[in-house]
Design a binder for this molecule. Sequence first.
Ligand code: WTA
Length: 571
Amino acid sequence: MDMKVVPVREGNYNLKDYEKLRENFSWDDMKKYFSWDTTGKVNMAYEALDRHAEDSEKKNKIALIYSDPYREEKVTFKDLSKASNRFANILKDYGVEKGDRVFLFMPRSPEFYTAFFGILKVAAVAGPLFEAFMEQAVRDRLQDSEAKILITTPELLKRVPQENLPNLEKIVIVGDHIDDSDKYIDYYKEMEEASDEFDIEWVDLEDGMLLHYTSGSTGKPKGVYHVHHAMIQHYATGEWVLDLKEDDTYWCTADPGWVTGTSYGIFAPWLHGVTNVVRGGRFTPEDWYNTLEKYEVSVWYTAPTALRLLVSHGEEKVSNYNLSSLRHIMSVGEPLNPEVVTWGLKAFNLRIHDTWWMTETGAQLIVNLPSLEIRPGSMGKPIPGIEATIIDNEGNELPPNQMGNLAIKEGWPAMMRKIWNNPSKYESYFMNGWYVSGDSAYKDEDGYFWFQGRLDDVINTSGERVGPFEVESKLIEHKAVAEAGVIGKPHPERGEIIKAFITLNEGYEETPELLEDIRTFVKTGLSAHAAPREIEVKDSIPKTRSGKIMRRLLKSWELGLPTGDTSTLEK
Ligand code: WTA
């Protein structure tokens, strides 16, 4: 196969002269696109929403098209701005102040976006949580962040812990809830009563905006803290990578509980003032194509796991729909298989552009730009303003084609500014002025980066990042489980699945029922995507002499690979 895919459609592609732009680029050049550059008044909610609502030509434009199987709603910039003013007033009345953490635990909905902007307008820090989380996952995050207010629905309230959350003052309920204790705030009632005028809190570029919890290989999930300054990069990548134009209808399939669903499901599209499609609920391939067709989506940002599902349903399906509006497709979250890129060319007559970044990086860093040649299987090249390289374990740069740690030169606008409550964890990301990603990759002679895998034990299942420690901790809470070691096992559609090795406590015997019970225990205690699809019972779990589970050895066993250096193995 010819690995050089040439653009199949001429568009308004930016960055034609990539090398030249990189050479001369400075992030400061982007400031002129923001009103604060002249007014000194900063707030993401203003740039992404109120600015359009104040613009007589934009205010009645559709900002949000929301749909799920039961509901369809179109909301203009003006209405979203007014509604979020109301919500900001509610938060202010209940004493929310700049820097306070306000969490959202609810499905995608117009109310979600209203509340989200309301939080930013009072200069509080928003913490969106996946609706799939179970009680333990919710508790860990609310405890660590010391959240003051939580916004949720009556259905999800069942999974909100009612104890040991001393900082949580109020719970806003979006929906019917019969409990008049003053701990609860009735969203619809108070929204009706609140004023739709609000004086937005101006902040500094470096003030906090967002807290996204994500998993590492050790410890509980950590709070990755982002600031308003990130908007510069959201805007820039919205132009260069998403290639957004005034008349685009854009659809990002990611949930806002994940960084893609905020950086590219909220900020980038609305900084550009385009119509943003949000689809709630679970989707079948028919739903995907229907959504693209019905709303005439032109720019689509999705994930390899979804694309692989579409591939498995065949190319013929695509021809049943009129997707003539679609002009640009991107992918993120896991390696994008070259076969999927090739399939995309046949099925959509379009290239699929891989993009690489992380919760910690806040925005895209290494991408396939619309203006550049695509090498299927490669993540592409760093955007202007980003210097990427491959380093060894001592922090020395490696020559082309050598595998090592993918690292980025410190200091870009969307970079996390801290790990909440954990300065040493934050420090551990950096070496010799490089941010070390934890991914292994190499760079070819032409500067394209090729992803090889994770260097730590973090699991990527269907694009969701899962920390083995969190799953192991839950497993050993089950009465039958003595020890547990958890790994990611390669899987053709899901990327990886979670496999657990366990030892049983005395008096328990391995039966299919017991294994199912253990699985369900994790699923209902933590979350569905964290539940191991495979569980294998062992006599012992390999550990180092210091008691650390040797997940790497478990993985080698599983894959039938050489076991390497086992000198630290406990005897
Ligand atoms: C993986 C996602 C290969 C990678 C925005 C990274 C990818 C982790 C790609 C971050 C890609 C993300 N190709 N792998 N294009 N994009 N990853 O924080 O291992 O949920 O470190 O953020 O996903 O996952 P996170």
